[in-house]
Each structure stands twice: as C-alpha cells, then as structure tokens.
Design a binder for this molecule. Sequence first.
Ligand code: NAD
Ligand code: IPM
Ligand code: MN
Length: 354
Amino acid sequence: MDIAIMPGDGIGKEVVPAGLAVLQQVAGKFNFKYSTTDYPFGGEHYLKTGVTLPDSALKELAAHDAILFGAVGVDPRGSAKIPQGILETEILLKMRFELDQFVNLRPTRLMPGVPSPIRLASPDDINMVIVRENTEGLYCGNGGFLYKNTPHEVANQIEVTTRRGVERCIRYAFDYAKRMNRKKVTLVAKTNVLRFAHNLWLRAFEEIKADYAGIETDYHHVDACTMYMITKPKIYDVIVTTNMFGDIITDLGAAIQGGMGMAASGNLNPTRQAASMFEPVHGSAPDIAGKNFANPIATFLSVAMMLDFLNQPKAAAAINDACRAVVADPKNHTRDLGGMATTSQVTEAVVAKL
Ligand code: NAD
Ligand code: IPM
Ligand code: MN
C-alpha cells in the first residue's frame, strides 16, 4: 500500500511521526508492506513558497491508497503573514472536496481508564459514531461580500445542500450501522429553522430508512443534541449530520471521550476512486506545539481506521487494543488527560504493547 504522509503544522509534526512508528510496528507484526511519500504542505511551506497545495500534488495524492494527515493552521486568531483560513481551506478542505471524501467518520468512544468531564460517564455510556457530511453545506465556500467595508456591507455564506450529497451520506450511515451491527441512526439537523436545506435532509432520511428495516431511527435538533451528548450520551449510536453541525458536535464528542487527543477520524471516499484521508480531529494546537506534550492516541486510532479501510482489520484491531491497554494506565496519560507522560513515552508504550 502507498500512503501519502502530510504532518502539516504544530503538533501535526509530532503526532504523525509517532503514528508512523506505530504503523511500522504493526506492519512487521502482521507482515504487510507499505511505502510512504512525504508532502511538506502547511504553514511553513506556505511562508517559504507562497504555495498551499498545488494541483499537481493533489493529483498524486489522489492516486495513493490513503493519506495520513496531521493538522494545518497556525493560530485560531490568525497570523499577520498568513491570510485567515487559507491553509485550512486550500489544503485540508481542498483534499476533502477534490478527492470527494464525502463521509467524515468520527467515532466517539470513552476508553476505560480515561477521565471524561462527564462525572458519571462510563465507557458503556459513550460509544457513538458520528457520520459527518464532508463535501457540502456551509463548507462549500460559495458566497461573497457586497459593499465591503461600508456601513451597508453584505456577507453571504451559502449552505449548499444537494439531493445526491445528502442521500449518499445518509445511505453510508445506514450501511455502516448495518455492517457494524449498530442499532440506531439519529439524524441531527435544524429543521425548525433551516426549512429548505434541512427539510431536504429530513425527507431523504425518511425515504432511505425504509430500506433498512431493523435499524431504529430518531431525529434531534442540533441544539438538543449538544445537551443530550452531555446528559444522556448513551442514547446515541450512529449520528448522521451536516458538515457544519458535524464539525461542532465532534469537538464536543472529543471532549466527552477524554479530549481532542483521543478523537480519530477518516475522511472517506467510499467509492475508492480517489484516496481517503485519515487524521486526528484536533488541530495544530499551537499552545502546546514543539513540547512533546501532545497526546498521540488520536493519531494512532486514525492509523487504525486507515488500516481497517485498507483491508488490514487485524492490524487495525491490534492498534485499537494496544491504545486501550495503554490509556487504561494513568502513568501513560499525557497532560490533557491529567498525567505527565510525553508524546514519546505514550508512543513507546503503544509500540511495546504491539
Ligand atoms: P486545536 O484542536 O488545535 O486545539 C484546541 C485545544 O485542544 C488546545 O488547547 C490544544 O492544546 C488541545 N489539543 C488539541 N490536540 C491535542 C492533543 N493531541 N493533545 C493534547 N492537547 C491537544 O484547535 P484550535 O486551537 O481551535 O486550532 C488551532 C489551529 O488548528 C487553527 O489554525 C485551526 O484552524 C487549525 N485546525 C486544524 C485542523 C486540521 O487541520 N484538521 C483541525 C482543527 C483546527
Ligand atoms: C476539523 C477542522 C476543520 C473543519 C477545519 C480546520 C477546516 O475543524 O477537521 O474538524 O472545520 O472541518
Ligand atoms: Mn473541527
């Protein structure tokens, strides 16, 4: 298998090499071969060259079996030298859109021994998978300004919702539930206000669910969903939702599963016509970058998702099991989990377990 490696910025440069150490270990253990190609795109490369992600590289990326990505972005407040959001949209979103990675699969599971901010939560309560639509919605980049910098300035940011885009995402969620023996799919949207776009979501959901007898369904408005994710997370099994809402509720999901350092994701092109991309949900974490403090578990779990997608389910399961065993012991907790372990120590522990 050919894997493109793009660490990006900040802690991406720490957690991706850690992920590669884990990959190397399981490849030896399960006897499969892989090759890697490194891609330098991110903030530093942009500052040096003015290039975000050229089309030639995108074409190469598409032809790989998968992409392992870290994070891009310099600072949530922006930077004087890098226009706001340019790295995120021209690198990360460009890959998601151009490689048609229309599902962003984000499992939200609390592992034994990991502290959750929900006082009474046990691993049995937090075990959901969020299927986030990944190529449309408010993320499409359509919009613009009128009369910019005048008192009657107008800014439009258009939410694009297509029948095809919604249907393929919802269908993926039901197929996933069926395949993984999950019992329920909940649509999360805001049909009471977004009466066009989310009405389309609801109608498509109602139509498609008829093809999946035996899977229970539910609908929640997104505001209520954020409350239930805290007060009764056990009610969620598979959630399917829009790009924007999926972005928001998966950070909330990350928080209840122990933090950003625990949350993995796969940007999937289920047709396999172009590469899928695997990355931790978190960003470049400028506040802790370069200190060996980052929790690499989210990246390891993303490597596991990648191997599962590339038909190496045993290697994937071994990584998941090793991560579970390692985080069960508080001496392996990084600072975000309340411990003192470093990125390197957690990586060594997972590699040793494997
Ligand atoms: P962030 O996820 O980078 O950080 C939020 C908080 O979580 C910070 O306190 C950080 O220290 C902590 N954190 C994140 N990952 C951690 C880990 N592995 N271990 C321990 N602690 C961790 O979000 P942000 O601060 O809003 O964004 C920083 C930059 O990253 C911005 O430029 C943003 O646009 C970008 N970003 C990129 C991606 C991506 O490339 N996939 C995702 C999210 C944000
Ligand atoms: C994520 C990130 C991205 C998103 C940003 C960096 C564009 O927050 O992967 O969740 O909003 O999708
Ligand atoms: Mn996000």
